[in-house]
Design a protein around this ligand. Structure first.
Ligand code: DP6
Length: 360
């Protein structure tokens, strides 16, 4: 079989969870313990090109930012390509793929995201192998690469449903992301305070598993998160940013509290993170609507109204961090969903069923 010339390029943006995903109920199918809610950003995007090679599957080549990928990251990508090929009717003769990916994340920002990476890979690989997937199935597929990637298939505010909890096969079919109805007047932005990450901490996948296995707070976390996701969706539909901000900050703090209770504790909060959390509280006390969220690292992301972004950024840049110096601050606004661009050489019909650009 000959390779398709040209290949497929897909672009996906990072998303930041406002109601966090922390914990899986099935780590093979990548089913989350709870639903989560996120905002896709216009910054931090991944562009991924997949072309099929005249070589049998097993001879895949993966290049990230100009360097051959290695280690765990490579293992995850190869497993994902295998998954895509296993869904493809021509499995027996499936060809290897060359994956070339670029992350546009400011150097040293520590924000490289598996969400944009696996959303872009899902779009490019599924299309290159001729899978005719709609958005929902692309989200389910991206989920198998990295849970949060299911949400980067869509722009703006997104919910990722936990899905049917009674049975894994039904869960697999019903755990996907979709865009949330959003009040048109809801104008949000995010300032990211980039802090020194120090020595590399435990990765989110391992940290999540340790939390599920050892944190006595995990059942309480799952119990409250489902209600938080529903309330966040209501706030987004109603255009109620203060309510959304409060839920988002509470969800992030509860997630960190839950992992701090693991044994040994999983701790991403740094002294510099606390300094930023204080500054966000000061901004609120001064009447500026600003709410903090944090993920599996020390950086703090601050949700605010679009019109307040400059004031919030100035507030964050004015912080004196415990070790001296101020945080580097990046600005972001809502961004678009997954975009897939196939070469003209692809068979007709490959882009059917909603694989075209998703408006933000
Ligand atoms: C803290 O999606 O990176 O960012 O599913 O194991 O790949 P895997 O984990 P990942 O975890 C994201 C965790 C988080 C919260 C969130 O994005 O909801």
């Amino acid at each position: 079989m000959s390779a398709e010339p040209g290949g497929v390029t897909a672009v996906a943006h990072a998303n930041i969870a406002l109601v966090k995903y922390w914990g899986k109920r099935d780590s093979t199918l990548m089913l989350p313990a709870t639903s989560s809610v996120s905002l896709t950003l216009d910054a931090f995007r991944t562009t991924t090109h997949v072309e099929l090679l005249d070589a049998p599957a097993g001879r895949d080549e993966v290049v990230l930012d100009g360097e051959p990928l290695a280690g765990t990251a490579l293992t995850k990508v190869l497993a994902f390509l295998h998954l895509v090929r296993s869904q493809e009717p021509r499995t027996a003769t499936a060809q290897a793929a060359r994956v070339t990916s670029t992350n546009e994340v400011p150097t040293g920002a520590g924000l490289a995201s598996s969400a944009s990476a696996f959303a872009a890979l899902a779009g490019a690989a599924a299309t290159a192998y001729g899978l005719d997937l709609g958005r929902r199935d692309l989200s389910r597929l991206a989920r198998r690469g990295s849970g949060s990637a299911s949400r980067s298939v869509y722009g703006g505010f997104v919910v990722w449903h936990a899905g049917d909890l009674t049975d894994p096969a039904r869960g697999d079919l019903t755990s996907y992301a979709e865009p949330l109805p959003t009040a048109p007047e809801l104008d949000v932005a995010m300032a990211v305070a980039v802090l020194d990450a120090g020595p590399k901490k435990i990765g989110s996948r391992e940290a999540m598993a340790a939390t599920v296995a050892t944190s006595p707070y995990f059942p309480a976390w799952t119990e409250h998160t489902e209600a938080d996701a529903a309330e966040a969706a209501d706030a987004i539909a109603a255009g109620d940013l203060p309510r959304l901000g409060e839920i988002a900050e509470a969800s992030a703090m509860r997630m960190h509290a839950t992992m701090l209770a693991a044994r040994p504790a999983v701790r991403y909060l740094a002294a510099s993170s606390l300094a930023v959390l204080d500054a966000v509280a000061d901004l609120r006390a001064a009447g500026v609507g600003a709410w903090a969220t944090m993920d599996a690292g020390p950086n703090v992301k601050v949700l605010c109204e679009g019109a307040d972004l400059d004031v919030v950024a100035a507030g964050l840049r004015g912080i004196v961090l415990p070790g001296g110096g101020a945080p580097h601050v990046l600005l972001a606004r809502p961004g678009p969903g997954l975009r897939i661009e196939a070469s003209a050489a692809l068979p007709a019909g490959v882009l059917a069923s909603g694989a075209a650009e998703e408006p933000a």
